[in-house]
Write a protein of this length. Structure first.
Length: 326
């Protein structure tokens, strides 16, 4: 039984991205407290990037008395590649100011506490496993489908890092070796086909091929194809647009193929989808799962729940805090 002091214990989760840093308090039940955010300058100096993190931590800790500050653990979601065991950020393309940057050590030196560092999808998967949609399941597969696609795997309650910490790059699993080239250099990655960026690209290609069929989608972008966004596909499809429905169906098929592979490889207890594109596709989760029948050897694929993530835009803060619990 958790006593009152343990129940009230807070952690700080930090979410470092290419454009912003967010940080906030999270308690041991996964409940969010005060949280703040500031802009991130990813192309400045390493010190400037670190100052964005410390400005938030200083603001949050300012409200705590000196004796309690040393008791508040800090967990950080940082862009990869990184080493989760040493807390060193290696060479993240989205935050080029940090190269071989010892983030965990810098935090410890400044605040006197051990800091845990991991990538955002791993940490979000752990938060969902501990407190969110994956609570009660031992083996969890999590995917954040947004601008890109990031994934995390939790096995027996622990993040699966692989040999060097670089495992679970599920967004770069290819489902079409003749497909479009992904930013990672491979062809046909699911990220290059079903992320928000990829959906918008496919819309623009369809409009370029037949502007009449793409008229409804183009109208949503005020006539500017460069302003097309993935959310417009669901909006146009709901209004009955044929092209939008075809693009939406194609996206669902891509994800069914990919998730069928995940089931055959991992057979997790649950699959959790978060991120903006996943939110858009949530009404189609049952259809996506039904289509997995054609792409999955495992005859019991339908026994694995396919559900929406609990944490939304604050998944990185929750994930950072979750790192402090293991």
């Amino acid at each position: 039984m958790m006593n009152a002091r343990e129940d009230a214990r807070w952690m700080i989760g930090v979410d470092v991205g290419g454009t912003k840093v967010a940080a906030g308090f999270v308690n041991v039940r996964g409940e969010m407290g005060e949280h703040l955010r500031v802009p991130m300058n990813p192309r400045g100096t390493a010190e400037e990037g670190f100052a964005a993190v410390t400005s938030l931590l200083d603001a949050l800790l300012r409200e705590k008395d000196a004796s309690s500050r040393a008791e508040i653990p800090i967990g950080i979601c940082a862009p990869g590649p990184l080493d989760p065991w040493t807390g060193v950020v290696l060479n993240p393309p989205n935050v080029p100011c940090w190269r071989d940057f010892p983030l965990a050590a810098e935090i410890k030196q400044r605040y006197g506490v051990e800091a845990r560092v991991d990538n955002d999808a791993n940490a979000a998967a752990l938060a969902e496993s501990l407190w969110g949609a994956g609570k009660g399941y031992s083996n969890v597969f999590y995917a954040c489908i947004g601008t890109g696609i990031g994934t995390g795997i939790v096995l027996d309650g622990k993040i699966f890092h692989g040999r060097t910490g670089s495992a679970a790059e599920g967004g770069h699993v290819s489902i079409d070796f003749r497909g479009p080239r992904c930013n990672c250099g491979k062809k046909g990655c699911i990220e290059a086909l079903a992320s928000g960026t990829a959906i918008a690209r496919r819309v623009r290609e369809a409009i370029a091929a037949d502007s009449k069929r793409g008229a409804a989608l183009l109208a949503l972008a005020d006539g500017d194809a460069a302003m097309v966004r993935s959310a417009m596909v669901a909006q146009a499809a709901a209004a009955g647009d044929v092209l939008a429905r075809e693009l939406l169906s194609e996206t669902i098929e891509y994800l069914a193929i990919w998730l069928g592979n995940i089931v055959d490889l991992l057979e997790p207890d649950v699959m959790i989808l978060g991120g903006g594109v996943a939110l858009m596709l949530q009404p189609y989760f049952s259809e996506m799962q039904a289509r997995m029948k054609n792409w999955c050897v495992n005859a019991r694929y339908a026994d694995i729940p396919l559900i929406a993530a609990h944490y939304g835009e604050n998944s990185g803060i929750a994930g950072g805090a979750a790192l402090c619990c293991v």
